[in-house]
Design a protein around this ligand. Structure first.
Ligand SMILES: Nc1ncnc2c1ncn2[C@@H]1O[C@H](COP(=O)(O)OP(=O)(O)OP(=O)(O)O)[C@@H](O)[C@H]1O
Ligand SMILES: [Mg+2]
Length: 371
């Protein structure tokens, strides 16, 4: 973790090669114990601009937590079945399913691997569950569903859906003896709505408490808000090193602060390799890289000696990379000024499969994003 405007962000680079990932490699050993930045947190909310890697980071975080021996629930509330896709399993029902175990840690007593369960929360099922738990509306609830009442109830009032979704997340974190058959979790990771909606989503119970004034709805809403505003919750923001997502992250942090919701860390995802030094980057941008040396290197590697077109292509790619790196560096400075702990994850060549998720989990753990 790094704080605020301290020296340039720590990156996973140097710790291991970026691109040399083979999809069927076994999960890397996470020999290092985690020095957790978030030891008190039981609910990790992962938000960020669309497409920056929220679901990927949420899944990797769940695996990182499980590698510490924690039992973890990974929840999604956006109806996309992203978890099933990432873990390559059938679409998830409204039911907690065991989907993975944590990274293998060091051998020894007390170092067992925790389990990740996953849950796809949808508002209709959450309402049916609520009705059956509190009003014993078993079959009657199903009838309401058949007549479309449940769908009606969950779409009629803006915010009702979010009340149901956040209510289920609260239940999973605060699970108690009332729910006798349910698994108890040490941590819940929420693949949450994007930055533009996150404060409204987490704050919906605040508005509900204001409307209800007294009674059970008010006290349930107060309980949810108490958890969401407590140090047991952390809202992490995922970004990439581009102008719009970084600006959105900054705005999102300000919104969360205004709503008194606890800001966690910023996870900078999809970071490009940083294996060229400043002189090489400057030369690549200026178009002054040594052509002859490149020819010689290619010849030595036995690749198309004397191929001018190939050398031109490589130089153009190097310039493009150097320009992007310069943009990234300027955005990295802005991220460092946000004043929250930051973490970086590499852009994995070829995308993220299960092996890749474990790799990202090991990176998060090494940097302290665990508890
Ligand atoms: N570190 C990474 N390296 C390589 N590919 C990545 C990485 N992180 C995410 N991706 C890929 O980027 C795409 C978007 O990631 P993901 O689905 O996690 O984003 P998201 O923020 O959840 O998107 P959405 O807003 O649609 O829910 C996916 O194809 C994912 O595999
Ligand atoms: Mg997603």
């Amino acid at each position: 973790m790094r704080h605020g405007a301290s020296p340039p962000l720590r990156t996973a680079l140097g710790a291991r090669p970026y691109a040399a990932r083979v999809s069927d490699t076994p999960a890397p050993e996470s020999a290092e114990p985690c020095r957790p930045d978030w030891p008190r947190v039981r609910l990790h909310v992962v938000t960020g601009k669309g497409g920056t890697g929220k679901s990927t980071v949420a899944a990797a975080l769940a695996l990182a937590l499980a590698s510490e021996g924690r039992n973890v629930l990974l929840c999604e509330v956006e109806g996309r079945q992203g978890i099933a896709r990432m873990f390559d399993v059938d679409p998830l029902p409204y039911e907690e399913r065991r989907i993975a175990t944590g990274l293998p840690g060091r051998d020894g007593p007390g170092n067992h691997r925790g389990v990740v369960h996953a849950l796809h929360v949808d508002a209709e099922s959450a309402l049916l569950e609520y009705l059956s738990m509190y009003y014993k509306l078993g079959r009657a609830g199903k009838a309401l569903d058949r007549f479309g009442v449940i769908e009606f109830a969950t779409t009629i009032a803006p915010g009702v859906r979010d009340v149901l979704l956040t209510g289920k997340v609260y239940e999973a974190v605060e699970r108690n003896s009332r729910n006798r058959h349910a698994v108890r979790y040490d941590a819940v990771v929420l693949d949450a709505p994007p930055t533009g909606r996150i404060t409204q989503f987490l704050n919906v119970n605040n508005e509900l408490a204001g409307l209800a004034k007294v009674g059970p709805i008010k006290s349930q809403a107060d309980n949810v808000m108490t958890l969401f505003r407590s140090p047991r919750t952390a809202v992490h923001l995922v970004t990439v090193l581009e102008e719009m997502p970084v600006q959105e992250t900054s705005d999102g942090i300000a919104d969360l602060h205004r709503a008194r919701l606890p800001v966690g860390g910023v996870v900078v995802n999809l970071v490009r390799p940083r294996d060229l030094d400043k002189d090489d980057l400057d030369a690549a941008r200026a178009g002054t890289l040594d052509r002859a040396a490149l020819h010689a290197d290619l010849a030595e590697a036995g690749v198309a000696a004397g191929d001018d077109a190939l050398v031109d292509g490589l130089l153009a790619e190097a310039r493009d990379h150097a320009e992007r790196r310069a943009l990234e560096d300027s955005q990295r400075k802005l991220v460092a000024e946000l004043g929250v702990p930051t973490y970086e994850l590499p852009r994995l060549a070829g995308g993220v499969d299960l092996g890749g998720l474990y790799e990202l989990a090991a990176d998060l753990k090494r940097q302290g994003l665990c508890s």
